[in-house]
Design a protein around this ligand. Structure first.
Ligand SMILES: [Zn+2]
Length: 92
């Protein structure tokens, strides 16, 4: 498993809870493997992941917020790589 470049601790990115955690890849679908490779994932408590209607998989606002944070961190962490070329879209 790759190390997340978004968070240091194993805790929910939203609530800081340390129980009932799911691993969420910030860029899903065809980019899921790239999210894994570059550490663009976070832990979320199950409800904030996909077990409630406000979970990131149903919550466009939270989804977009995480994508913007992830793209910014990617640019800091991998200054010589082209995010838009790799992930196919600019979120900032
Ligand atoms: Zn997910």
């Amino acid at each position: 498993m790759s190390k997340s470049i978004i968070q240091k601790n194993k805790e929910c990115f939203v609530t800081k809870s340390t129980t009932n955690l799911h691993k969420h890849h910030i860029f899903g679908g065809p980019n899921r493997k790239l999210s894994e490779k570059y550490g663009l994932w976070v832990y979320l408590r199950a409800d904030w992941h996909d077990m409630a209607d406000y979970g990131v998989h149903f919550n466009k606002e939270l989804d977009t917020k995480l994508k913007i944070i992830a793209q910014r961190r990617f640019i800091e962490e991998y200054p010589h790589q082209d995010f838009v070329k790799i992930f196919g879209k600019n979120f900032i």
